[in-house]
Unconditional design. Structure first.
Length: 391
């Protein structure tokens, strides 16, 4: 049972729907098809560092291969508005590849325009940028490279928890400014030992976060998830499940969000729920920005209801320059651990999701069944249980 949670290659059995074990057959592809990739601009860094595979410059390393097969491969970072390269080419593309770091938003409108679209591949994990219900209706398959960056994110979560609890950012800023006033930072610095830490979502990432927290001797590890962990897996990290969300947050000193964004999690952490948090709790969200209400979080930081918020995901990406999460501060001038969306795109992760994207494409082109754990939407609908509870 634990193998599923621990292996990056397999989904835990409880996440498999019955149809998963017999994956949908892929559709027949057209010869000389148009494959469109929306990736992020890597600039000089990508020219100097070829391992930045998720960029428009390095193109997941698949251009020579696709062209040798006679396919047209269009790569762009230009994704907003009807005149964008993305929107112009989606009209007749058969396959769309995009990353969650610079996502092409595949709304219902776009799906209606995309008459030829058969397959959306997420180069990474998290396919909420696609209107999944609209994809089901149009029988567009949505696949992601499950497991490809879950360790990368879990490590970032542990780092973010520590930097908030230990008040790291203001301490470092003080040093850069040339100041030295220990009490100004120590007055809001704590140990993680003895705290209660809980994860919303205990799938691949959430479980890895729990595992990595074990040596810190927290007072208790909690999780909130409609799917219970296998008993053995829960026992291995000594995690207790709390079934009511308000009850759950009211017990945590630190809450970390590790569930996908879907109808049931959009705005889940809102002004009402934040009232139930312990005063001065810390919140870490590396799942998706829109799971937390932007203004409610900013207000909770300002008032001190939350002592800190950290993460790398934003409700819109790239985040506008004046996004309140860039600069929000708690009453003591700290509590902000925000960075651009990069936790799941370390160079190690990029190698894995580029290889996984190629393998999904290969299966599609050769009409082979896809790895069941990678299928979010198959030809007969949702093939995962992680994007909300459905019949
Ligand atoms: P997973 O599918 O292994 O686990 C997700 C878990 O969330 C499942 O156990 C599911 O039951 C649970 N869940 C779903 N809805 C829930 C709800 N309403 N309340 C509580 N739990 C709920 O997914 P994995 O690999 O752990 O990834 C989780 C998410 O993390 C992705 O969907 C993505 O949005 C995000 N992510 C972020 C990255 C980054 O770079 N910041 C990189 C990779 C993933």
């Amino acid at each position: 049972l634990r193998r599923g949670l621990l292996s990056t290659a397999t989904r835990s059995p409880r996440l498999l729907s019955s149809t998963r074990l017999a994956p949908s057959l892929s559709q027949t592809y057209s010869a000389g098809m148009k494959i469109l990739a929306v990736l992020y601009k890597g600039g000089e860094a990508a020219q100097q560092e070829p391992r930045l595979l998720g960029t428009i410059e390095n193109q997941l390393g698949i251009r020579p291969w696709l062209e040798s097969l006679g396919h047209e491969f269009i790569v762009t970072d230009d994704k907003e508005g009807s005149e964008s390269v993305f929107q112009k080419n989606i009209v007749d593309a058969e396959v769309l590849i995009t990353t969650p770091f610079h996502p092409a938003y595949v709304t219902k409108d776009i799906i209606d325009k995309a008459k030829n679209l058969k397959l959306c591949i997420t180069a990474g994990v998290g396919s909420d940028h696609v209107d999944l219900n609209a994809a089901v209706e149009k029988r567009i398959q949505v696949l992601e490279v499950s497991g490809s960056n879950v360790v990368s994110v879990a490590e970032h979560v542990i780092m973010s928890i520590l930097l908030l609890v230990r008040n790291f950012v203001p301490a470092h800023e003080m040093i850069e400014r040339g100041d030295w006033q220990v009490s100004d930072v120590a007055r809001n610095a704590y140990d993680l030992e003895g705290k209660v830490v809980g994860t919303i979502g205990a799938g691949r990432i959430g479980y890895r976060v729990l595992q990595r927290l074990v040596p810190f001797n927290c007072k208790e590890l909690l999780y909130y998830d409609y799917a219970a962990l296998p008993e053995e897996a829960a026992k291995a990290v000594n995690a207790r499940r709390v079934e009511d969300l308000k009850d759950f947050v009211s017990q945590c000193d630190v809450v970390t969000v590790n569930c996908p964004l879907h109808e049931g999690t959009r705005g889940l952490v809102n002004a009402e729920l934040l009232k139930h948090f312990k005063k001065g709790a810390w919140l870490v969200n590396t799942a998706r920005g829109a799971i937390c209400d932007k203004d409610a979080v900013a207000e909770a930081i300002k008032s001190g209801q939350l002592n800190g918020y950290a993460g790398d995901v934003w409700n819109v990406q790239p985040a506008p320059r004046d996004h309140v999460w860039r600069t929000m501060k708690n009453p003591l001038g700290g509590g902000n651990g925000m960075v651009p969306h990069y936790s799941g795109t370390t160079l190690d992760a990029q190698a894995r999701y580029a290889a996984g994207t190629k393998s999904i494409l290969e299966n599609y082109l050769e009409n082979k069944p896809q790895e069941p754990q990678n299928i979010i939407i198959g030809l007969s609908g949702y093939e995962t249980k992680a994007y909300g509870q459905r019949k």
